[in-house]
Design a protein around this ligand. Structure first.
Ligand code: MN3
Length: 205
């Protein structure tokens, strides 16, 4: 099987109280695992795709063979998105942004509070399932949302960070209070990883 579920880089309970243990177990072991299984199913039908990275597959999903195009878009996207998601969080994370992203947030949004407000408001409005993203476009940071498991990489932008607003990401703890989940999520952000991704995003083609 070309694609594997990456292990969670910390314990299921490590992000408590921001994200509860039960949500993490289901989200990683069931939801993410299913995306990987389904993606591998598509590769079995078109083994030539197995040599590509998940980034390449999702970036170019529109040119995938028609019978697996939707599977690659949705389940390849799900695998790519969640692989990022686990690494941009960490126990004891959060706080003010560190490193070069801190200066870019200041330049483009004024301050961290204004940035968070803008990100949370935009992402709260995503109708139904999807993601809120921070991307770097035309020399500036921008906040965008995508439906389902779509990733900005398909539009040419490497995402610096993204938050999952599918109900499976927050409903056990926050029920319908998506804005509360969005507000708390910043308490577990791994700014080191976000800075690494910012470097990639700056030179991404
Ligand atoms: Mn999810």
């Amino acid at each position: 099987m070309p694609f594997e579920l990456p292990p969670l880089p910390y314990d299921y309970a490590a992000l408590e109280p921001t994200i509860d243990e039960a949500t993490m177990k289901l989200h990683h072991d069931k939801h993410h695992a299913t995306y990987v299984t389904n993606l591998n199913g598509a590769i079995e039908k078109h083994t030539e795709l197995g040599s590509k990275t998940v980034d390449e597959l999702v970036k170019n999903w529109e040119s995938a063979p028609e019978d697996v195009r939707a599977v690659i878009r949705n389940n390849g996207g799900g695998h790519l998105n969640h692989t990022m998601f686990w690494t941009i969080m960490k126990p004891g994370g959060g706080g003010e942004p560190q490193g070069s992203i801190a200066g870019q947030i200041k330049a483009d949004f004024g301050d961290f509070e204004s940035f968070k407000k803008s990100f949370n408001e935009t992402t709260a409005k995503q109708f139904g399932s999807g993601w809120g993203w921070l991307i770097f476009k035309g020399g500036k940071l921008a906040i965008v949302t995508t439906p389902n498991q779509d990733n900005p990489i398909s539009g040419g932008s490497f995402p610096i960070l993204g938050n999952d607003v599918w109900e499976h990401a927050y409903y056990l703890k926050y029920q319908n209070k998506r804005p509360e989940y969005l507000a708390n999520w910043w308490n577990v952000i791994n700014w080191d990883e976000v800075n690494k991704r910012f470097e990639t995003a700056k030179s991404y083609k």
